[in-house]
Write a protein of this length. Structure first.
Length: 85
């Protein structure tokens, strides 16, 4: 069985100004956005040391995460969705 990429993940989308502040200028696919978010998180050492699946939000990420200070990696993708058009 050959797995193909989900076309929805590859479609270039417009990013909100808040999201562009973290990922850089769009348009970008959803997959690229998640990749750039993880680059930002790792570069700024924002993973919870006790549980690497949790992200500790700095000011830029808090605006994306609805003001939350800590989110799971699964929650992150859900919270970022409204910033993609």
């Amino acid at each position: 069985m050959v797995r193909t990429a989900n076309p929805a993940l590859l479609k270039p989308m417009q990013l909100s100004p808040e999201l562009e502040a973290v990922t850089g200028k769009g348009p970008m696919s959803r997959g690229e956005v998640v990749k750039k978010l993880w680059e930002y998180i790792k570069k700024n050492n924002l993973q919870n040391p006790a549980n690497k699946r949790n992200i500790l939000a700095d000011d830029k990420l808090k605006t994306l995460f609805g003001g939350k200070g800590e989110v799971t990696m699964f929650e992150m993708t859900k919270l970022v969705s409204p910033h993609l058009k």
